[in-house]
Structure formats: C-alpha cells, structure tokens
Design a protein around this ligand. Sequence first.
Ligand code: PEP
Ligand code: MN
Length: 394
Amino acid sequence: MTQEQRTPSESAKRRTSVLFATAHEHGLLARCLTVLADAGVNLTKLESRPRPGRAWEYLFYADFEGDAAAPPIAAALATVRERCTEFRLLGSYDVASVEKPAQPLAQSAPSDASSPLPSPPPHPGAKNWPKAARAAKPAGTQLRIGGTVIGGGDFVIIAGPCSVESREQVLATAEAVRARGAVMLRGGAFKPRTNPYAFQGLGWDGVDLLAEAGRATGLPTVSEVMSLDQVERMSRAVDVLQIGARNMQNFDLLKAVGRTTRPVMLKRGLSATLDELLAAAEYILSEGNPHVILCERGIRTFETATRNTLDLSAVPVLRERTHLPIFVDPSHGVGVRRWIRPLARAAKAVGADGIIVEVHPNPAEAKSDADQALTFADFAEIVSDLAEIPRFGA
Ligand code: PEP
Ligand code: MN
C-alpha cells in the first residue's frame, strides 16, 4: 500500500524514526521542530546525545507519528534535512510491531556511555523480551559490582582460572591478575565437562577458596552455578552468578537466579541465536533481577579450526537490541592460547563492555581447558594491548 492510499487512522498507526545533527547555532533545533510541528507531526520521542569529539554538537534522535512518505511529512523532512549538518531517515514502521507490553521508559540510567548511537526502531522479536529490549531502558544498564561499573563505558577485564584447583593456584592467579589490571576474579568450582570422567571441579571447597582469594585481593568473584540447589548458597558466596553456555536454556535455573539479587553473567548457548539469548535473559529479568550481563563465548559452526566460532558480530547486534551490558569470552571462543590476544583486542574494538579470560600459573598443569589458559605474562600483554585500543562507542 502506498502512503497516499492510507486512511488517516492507518497513518496514525505508523511511526518514523530519524537521526539528525544541527550546527551549534542558537535556535536551530527549535526551527527544525517547528517545521515538523507545522506539518502536524506529533513527536513521541526526542533524545539528544553529545557527538564524540565535537564539542557543543549534538545528535538528535526523534520518533514521530506518521509515515515519512506521507506528502506533508515528506516535505517537512526535506526542509529539516536542509537545516541539518547530518540527517538520517532510520525508517517508518507499524506502531503495533514495536509496542511493548510492560516496562516503562522511566528506568533509564542517566547516561548512555555504552551506546554510540541512539537506538534504532526496536527489533520485531522484542515482543519475546520486552524487559531486555533496548526500548525498555534506552540509556543502557550499568551495574556496580564492588568498585567496578559494568556498562558504564569503561572496558572491564575479568580473569582467573577455568577451575579452582587449590588455594595456592587460585590465590596466586588472583594476585597476578589483579596486579596486571583485572577487576574481577573468575573461577569454576562446579564444572560442566563433556567427559564425565574429566575433572569436575572442587565443588563447595572450590567456591570457598575462590571467595577467600577474592577477599585477599579485593576482587569481586564470579563462578558458575549449575543446578537449582546450588543457587542460594552460591549467591551468598560469590558476587556474580555465571550461567554457563550449556545451561542457557535451563529455564528453571534462569528463574531461580532471577529471584536472587546477584548480578548474573549469562553465557550464550552453543547453538543459540541472539534472539534466544535475549529470551533467556528475559527469564531472569522477569523474575525481578535486573542485573544481567550477556556473554558471547562462541557458537558451534562447521569450522573446526577454533574450539568455537567467536561471533563478534553479536556485539553490535545486541547493542542495538538490548540495554544489557555485553561481554566477550575469547578463551572459550577460540580455545587456543595464542589466538586469545587478537580476539580480545577485537572484542574491545567492536564495542564490548569487557572480556572474561582464563589464566593459570602453569597452563600445562591446568586440570581443565589447559590449551586456552593464559600465562601471567600472556595476560599482562593482553592488558597492555587493550589500553591502546579504543573501544567502539566510548
Ligand atoms: C567457563 O566459563 O568456565 C565455561 C565452562 O564457559 P562456557 O559455559 O561458556 O563453556
Ligand atoms: Mn573453561
């Protein structure tokens, strides 16, 4: 149907999103808005963002009722375009396709350091994950864990052993990674292993050792919770609950961590789409826990050269679709020590909020994931590399 063929009430069911920038000149924004108002355009959203690197210049993101192709709107947009230093028509779409049932916009954090651009029209799949959708919190979610803010624009490094193996091992690793720039300590105590005869982790003893190393170094801790009966005790012992890739669609487990107040690091399933990852996050959010971090850790593809295929395109796609912070795990993503460094750099360059990597005092002796364990020296090199890489969107 062309715009001319739409009745007025059908036009009211359409919405348009535009992005524009004006020169720093008194009254220019007001004049643009007046052009739209004179054409009978009803604005439903107007947001401004400072333009990185351009003092006193702002990008404006606006939503309004109606279709960009409707004659009076098209003419008004043409005039606005002439008055702007930059103008992008993001598109026109049916209101019904973006209406979200629940969460009001009012929960927005004060700034959006993690998003280089305002949000585009919400993804149609957002009906499955209204609380996770970017539209529910356009400014993005920021989590404060100990002294660290995740999703606040700074690139955050979490490091530690794949498995906690002993007091000496976890303490030495915690001290080494803290001294080299990690802000959180990881360590598995309940390990999801493909081989049932492989090392399964130290269980609660491992959790206690991880917590002890966290206290000794001042690093908040993250550890995987594998089953429902572990949730309560684990949430008392560590600062962040990890849901592993294999449990991404363990819905009862997701609901159980959703009933805690602990931040949850939700890893993408081996064969999960991004839509399914967001639906899994929604299970946690819908139980009342808003503290969710998504983690891209590689997916199963036909490629066997790497342990998994690290899908770095997930980062910008998720950034558009959700307000939740996004981490990358290059260790499980590639599974090979020497390839972690380039992928860690790429994770920052593509705009992730941080990485989580595996480090061991003596990788050859690691009881799990030895091939991907970084030495302390490898880790130091990665941290110093990352300091030189600009984070996309920062
Ligand atoms: C881990 O982080 O130790 C782990 C097992 O990760 P994943 O669930 O991504 O395989
Ligand atoms: Mn591992």
